[in-house]
Design a protein around this ligand. Structure first.
Ligand code: XLS
Ligand code: NI
Ligand code: NI
Length: 437
């Protein structure tokens, strides 16, 4: 076991009055909310790529992070050591899950075969550490966007050899996810989009993306991997337009290509805002289709227009997400995965703890507020009464498919004009939410 955080205690719950920066004020894993423990509701997950591979570089400057355990080399030994440190961190934090890309955990070799061997060598350590700590894999994925070979896309590349390479990488990433008992597997199409339409055959590229996912579904069955597949919407960055642009676009794509039974959505807050939506919108759209699978919990910056991947601290955000999650009956395979990174100015290892503690407390408060809103009942009553005319009489008859345009015309002609039939009560609702947050 590594000991790079020996000066940091196991993070524990001390309650809202605590001033200890290395303690939870709200996340109390065993506390019951709506009859289920907070740990089981929230299913927190630490991402390998930002937390253990993020260097803090940006387009204007080099990395800043102090990571004393990392010798900066691309050796397998360094990767194995880093894996042990990662588990030391996750264990101290008390998060039950983690998530990774193949290339975050192990260095890419000179050939695909060598990359696969490197991955196996690190997966061995991940497996040992999972067994030692009980920490589980929320989902695995393949990095099909960083290497220059994917510059035109992976599954949507105009080049078939690239498609085949990507397929091979997904095959291997699925195998190791399966071996590690992963509860899911994510597809995020970072470069599955275009920079210019002048050189792009959209129809063909979408067909290829669907074919690629069908191949993965087939292979999943073949190896007996029972984890949930997710597709992660994002509208842009790095491409100008990504095909999996938002919840609605993903659902349409999955339906059109017969994939809706096989994939759910992994929604990310900062991707929602890049798409011009709120995360609340994205969650509600996915949940309405019974396809909200998991959440990449982060936040953007109001004044910066790219995927800043900040840790989520906004209580309205966390409350709205948890309200949808409670309404759908909770996560099953999914969870709250901190696809978030500390600012490049926050370069000390201890900042990783502050960041995750803050995100976990913010979601614990969101969970408690969402449960309070449900228990209070006023919001639910307002929504219920807003649609009351659909519960019986004409409304029920329309919902049951028993009316026609002619029968509705007859009704409309016999009634006074239904103007101002009910206030939306937005301000009252906002007051109630503020009261309960
Ligand atoms: C990038 C995505 C990525 C996925 C996993 O913006 O959020 O990190 O979650 O490939
Ligand atoms: Ni993500
Ligand atoms: Ni992202």
């Amino acid at each position: 076991m590594s000991s790079y955080f020996s000066n940091i205690p196991k993070i524990s719950y001390e309650g809202p009055k605590s001033k200890n920066p290395l303690a939870f004020k709200h996340y109390n894993p065993d506390e019951l909310v709506e009859g289920k423990s907070m740990a089981r509701h929230l299913r927190f997950s630490v991402v390998y790529w930002h937390t253990f591979r993020g260097a803090g570089s940006d387009p204007f400057g080099a990395g800043t992070m102090l990571r004393p355990w990392d010798d900066g080399s691309a050796s397998v030994e360094n990767a194995q050591k880093r894996a042990r440190v990662a588990f030391e961190f996750i264990e101290k934090l008390g998060a039950p899950f983690y998530a990774f890309h193949d290339r975050d955990v192990a260095p890419e070799g000179a050939t695909l075969a060598e990359s696969n061997r490197n991955l196996d060598a690190v997966v061995k350590v991940l497996k040992e550490e999972q067994q030692r700590t009980g920490i589980k894999l929320l989902w695995g994925t393949a990095c099909l966007f960083a290497n220059p070979r994917f510059l035109h896309g992976a599954a949507t590349s105009p080049n078939t050899d690239v498609f085949a390479y990507a397929a091979a990488q997904v095959k291997k990433a699925m195998e190791v996810t399966h071996e590690l008992g992963g509860e899911g597997y994510t597809f995020w199409g970072g470069r599955e989009g275009y920079s210019t339409l002048w050189n792009t055959d959209i129809k063909r590229e979408l067909d290829h993306l669907a074919r690629f996912l069908h191949l993965a579904v087939d292979y999943k069955k073949q190896i007996g991997f029972k984890g949930q597949f997710y597709i992660e919407p994002k509208p842009k960055e790095p491409t100008k337009h990504q095909y999996d642009s938002d919840s609605a676009a993903c659902l349409n794509f999955l339906r059109e290509y017969g994939l809706l039974d096989h994939l759910k959505l992994n929604l990310e807050s900062n991707h929602a805002t890049l798409a011009g939506h709120t995360m609340h919108h994205e969650c509600e759209v996915a949940a309405a289709a019974n396809a909200l699978g998991s959440v990449d919990a982060n936040a953007g910056d109001d004044l910066i227009g790219w995927d800043t991947d900040q840790f989520p601290t906004n209580l309205y955000l966390t409350t709205s997400v948890m309200l949808t999650v409670l309404k759908m009956g909770g996560f099953t395979t999914g969870g709250l995965n901190f696809d978030a990174k500390v600012r490049r100015e926050s370069f000390e290892p201890v900042d990783l703890f502050y960041a995750h503690i803050g995100g976990m407390d913010a979601f614990a408060r969101g969970l408690k507020a969402a449960a309070a809103i449900r228990a209070d009942g006023r919001l639910g009553d307002i929504v219920k009464s807003r649609y009351a005319s659909w519960d019986s009489g004409l409304g029920k008859s329309i919902e049951d498919g028993k009316e026609t345009l002619a029968s509705l015309e007859k009704h409309a002609l016999s009634q006074p004009d239904p103007i101002q039939h009910g206030s939306g009560r937005q301000e009252l609702i906002e007051n109630i939410i503020n009261e309960l947050i």
